[in-house]
Design a binder for this molecule. Structure first.
Ligand SMILES: C[S@@+](CC[C@H](N)C(=O)[O-])C[C@H]1O[C@@H](n2cnc3c(N)ncnc32)[C@H](O)[C@@H]1O
Length: 472
């Protein structure tokens, strides 16, 4: 290996040549081929002084002591708790440069794991989002007690479960923070105590706000540590009118409307956010969002893309890659509330959605009815258990949009027993996407197009749409 191995506690100078998926700058001791050093907050192109924190057989971990040469891509993060809060990891990087890095993550995963060469021509440029400010339509905040009494909220710190209390998060839609403040004040007046993970005691675990950016509807949720706390909640029948009166007083928000308050009960000693029981306190248990002209009912717990503007672009890209001619039989695997199924139904013969969450399937069915779409059907099941039984429908096209862990190997096998001509795969993890692309290639598919989408500005997370064609 080039260069000598440093000692823990030593300070070294390092040129940063790359960035990893955890937003750490990567440098090599002694240059190319040298031992890698991972340095949080350092950016590619910078020269930094690094304190060596840990030495492993093949790499070192360091902390940045000072910046000796600053990257032009370094920007001042517009967030007072940045660095302490575990929510965003790349707000200190210019958004265009961050997008380029995200594109690089997808290319690199496909090269390393699926053997897709750097000269492969199917790679489209990332669909940029631009500024992170106001881009997220949802928050789930853990709650804790304020020093002087009352309730406050913030995201967990990096790799920790202590809350980095914030007065506001700049990447959230503008209606979310006022509604959090409103709700926390009501809950505090009602005497609810914050949940304490260490003791399992306390009433209030989380506060949730979701916004239909295009409909201006908002849904407010709370997660309680036990049904007994429901009795102590503020007067449910007046929550909507009070909240909407409160919003009306905020400039730019008077055309927004809170449509429902929901309490979820989670008594588990677990990091899982929600329990199984929802109680509507006032109004409805869902809000409506509209994407590309399709209206979606979304319940408190159902998955829905957190960046509405980029979700519209993502779905346009996915439906475009499917090249539907109006007659195809289509599967939507991991369909959530029917987002892709309903975007694609108008261009297909019929669509069958499969989804494990019963709340999401209930939403999906109502969404089909609400949009007057008759050529879709939704099945509540684990895809890996149900797909083989459904494949007799002879799917021409399959949309697949799994969680981060990607697809079960058995499900890939079932899909390839009666292979659809085209697969459009939406992924939030380049590594599992690349692994599954490699598996599909092994069953006779060719990768046709790949397009990253920046759904999560200010972070290193990246969404990707990919299409595969069956060659036989
Ligand atoms: C990334 S979301 C995509 C949802 C939807 N396609 C959309 O764009 O909104 C993944 C979905 O897969 C569902 N899911 C997770 N594991 C599943 C499984 N084994 N079988 C079917 N659905 C599953 C989740 O409940 C979630 O709704």
């Amino acid at each position: 290996m080039v260069g000598s191995v440093p000692k823990v506690g030593e300070t070294i100078e390092l040129g940063i040549v790359g960035m990893d998926r955890e937003a750490r700058g990567v440098g090599r001791i002694g240059g190319d081929g040298g031992m890698a050093v991972f340095v949080p907050w350092a950016l590619p192109g910078e020269r930094v002084a690094v304190k060596v924190e840990a030495v492993r057989p093949r790499f070192c971990l360091g902390s940045m002591a000072s910046i000796l040469r600053r990257s032009p891509d370094r920007v001042e993060p517009a967030c007072p708790v940045y660095g302490r809060c575990g929510g965003c990891d790349a707000l200190h990087m210019r958004s265009e440069a961050l997008d380029d890095a995200k594109e690089g993550f997808v290319r690199e995963a496909l090269r390393r794991i699926a053997g897709v060469g750097s000269d492969w021509r199917g790679f489209g440029p990332i669909i940029r989002c631009g500024s992170a400010e106001g881009s997220r339509n949802k928050t789930v905040y853990p709650v804790c007690g304020a020093a002087g009494g009352g309730l406050v909220k913030g995201y967990y710190g990096r790799s920790s479960h202590s809350v980095a209390v914030n007065a506001g998060c700049p990447i959230l839609h503008g209606a979310i923070e006022p509604l959090c403040r409103f709700m926390l004040a009501r809950l505090s007046e009602a005497g609810l105590t914050p949940y304490d993970e260490a003791t399992g005691k306390g009433a209030l675990r989380k506060i949730v706000v979701r916004v239909g950016v295009n409909t201006r509807e908002a849904l407010v949720g709370i997660v309680l540590n036990g049904a007994g706390h429901l009795r102590r909640l503020p007067d449910g029948g007046r929550l909507l009118s009070r909240a909407n009166g409160f919003l009306a007083g905020h400039s730019g928000l008077s055309d927004h409307e809170v449509v429902g308050f929901v309490a979820n009960v989670n008594e588990g000693d677990t990091n899982v956010i929600f329990g199984d029981k929802d109680v509507v306190l006032d109004g409805r248990g869902y809000y409506i969002e509209s994407l590309n002209g399709v209206r979606y009912k979304v319940s408190l717990r159902s998955f829905f893309q957190v960046n509405s503007a980029q979700a519209e672009r993502l779905y346009q890209e996915a439906v475009g890659m499917a090249e539907l001619g109006g007659w195809e039989s289509v599967a939507d695997i991991c369909c959530g509330v029917g987002a892709v199924a309903l975007q694609s139904a108008r261009f297909a013969g019929k669509v069958v959605g499969v989804e494990v969450s019963s709340a999401a399937v209930a939403d999906a069915k109502e969404n089909a009815a609400m949009n007057g779409v008759g050529n879709v059907r939704f099945v509540r099941a684990k895809a890996e258990e149900a797909y083989a039984g459904l494949s007799g429908e002879g799917f021409d096209v399959a949309f697949i949009d799994p969680p981060r862990k990607g697809l079960d190997a058995g499900l890939i096998g079932s899909i390839c027993e009666r292979p659809p001509k085209r697969i459009v795969y939406i992924s939030c993890d380049p590594a599992t996407l690349a692994r599954d692309v490699a598996a599909f290639r092994g069953f006779g598919y060719a990768l046709r197009h790949v397009r990253p989408v920046d759904m999560f500005p200010g972070t290193t997370h990246v969404e990707t749409v990919a299409s595969l064609y069956y060659l036989g």
